[in-house]
Write a protein that binds this ligand. Structure first.
Ligand code: CP
Length: 324
């Protein structure tokens, strides 16, 4: 693996997920693999899980991990080609990235979208500029449109859950991605990425449900079994329910309808097949999901967040192995 930006960088999702679960069983199995290698974790936006789990995964492989909060501690970066830098930006990415490429063997980056200009965000200019100029493998810690480490974790968690509680032979799990209310306009990254990975995985009946005006980019959702605005119908007999808010894609970055009735409650969960409930976190309790659901035996969210370590470790291991 030369980089990890989307599902297209993975040749075999099940093999990568199995590798992650093998690391979960034996975290230090490859503790020498990253000896004398250094990983840089650059954050242009806040993080709890991604930051810490990637550091732990790197350390389990023997790597030195250095975190740099670019947004708070670095010079303001310019990303536009040909920019006349007479404004607030101090350093161009084409100057900074090659230096980071000398300091680090792997460069990991988190950037969020502006949610103001769809074309800019969906061009993935920030992460693509790092890929272009760093000269070392780049790992996305969430970009403007995708969150691949989260999605790999999600598939690991679903597979782990199915191993513990198998479905009847030959039955594909019904996985429902449902929109949930939120007080702020949020990126589409997690929903885009989850859709992209579940579609590429191809081992589920995949249903997406959202209110009118919240359609995602078809590039990511194409392949879903059904996309519906009827949440109750979508939830019927679901085995897994993935809850996530996102802002509008078509009239970009807005909150339109924000009906509290879309929150996942015990009543809604009763429509499912005793579904396991997932969310990437952080979650707004009693806005996106009720306390009763989050604190119930149905919730996988804590295990899901724990699995972030093994997803990161599996990805870094693949990159290290291909760079020897
Ligand atoms: N799910 C996720 O990416 O969490 P953080 O934003 O805390 O890293």
């Amino acid at each position: 693996m030369k980089q990890f930006i989307s599902v297209h960088d993975v040749t075999d999702i099940n093999a990568l997920a199995a590798k992650a679960l093998a690391y979960k069983a034996d975290p230090l199995a490859d503790h020498q693999l990253g000896w004398n290698k250094r990983i840089g974790l650059l954050f242009l936006n806040p993080s709890l899980r991604t930051r810490l789990s990637t550091q732990i995964g790197a350390r389990n492989l023997g790597m030195e991990a250095i975190v740099f909060n670019v947004d708070k501690e670095g010079w303001a970066l310019e990303f536009e080609e040909g920019a006349i830098m007479s404004g607030n930006t101090v350093e161009h990415v084409k100057d900074a990235a090659p230096i980071l490429g000398q300091y680090f063997d792997i460069l990991c980056i988190r950037t969020f979208p502006s949610l103001k200009n769809r074309e800019d965000d969906y061009s993935e200019m920030f992460i693509n500029q790092f890929i272009k100029y760093a000269g070392v493998p780049v790992v996305s810690l969430e970009s403007a449109t995708l969150h691949p480490l989260q999605s790999l974790t999600d598939i690991i968690t679903i597979r782990e859950s199915l191993l513990a509680s198998p479905l009847p032979a030959g039955k594909k799990p019904k996985i429902v991605l449902t929109w949930a209310p939120h007080i702020k306009p949020l990126p589409q990254c997690v929903a885009n990425s989850f859709s992209q990975w579940i579609n590429a995985w191809g081992e589920a009946e995949f249903v997406i449900t959202h209110p009118q005006d919240y359609e995602l980019d078809e590039k990511f959702t194409k392949g879903a079994t059904i996309i519906t605005e009827d949440q109750d119908a979508a939830l019927k007999d679901a085995d897994f329910v993935y809850v996530k808010n996102w802002s509008t894609y078509t009239d970009y970055g807005k909150i339109y309808e924000n009906d509290p009735a879309w929150m996942l409650t015990e009543e809604k969960l009763a429509l499912t097949n005793q579904a396991k409930v997932m969310h990437c976190l952080p979650v707004r309790r009693n806005v996106e999901l009720s306390d009763e659901v989050l604190d119930s035996q149905h919730s996988l969210v804590t295990r899901q967040a724990g699995n972030r370590v093994w997803a990161a470790q599996a990805v870094l291991s693949e990159i290290l192995k291909s760079s020897y």
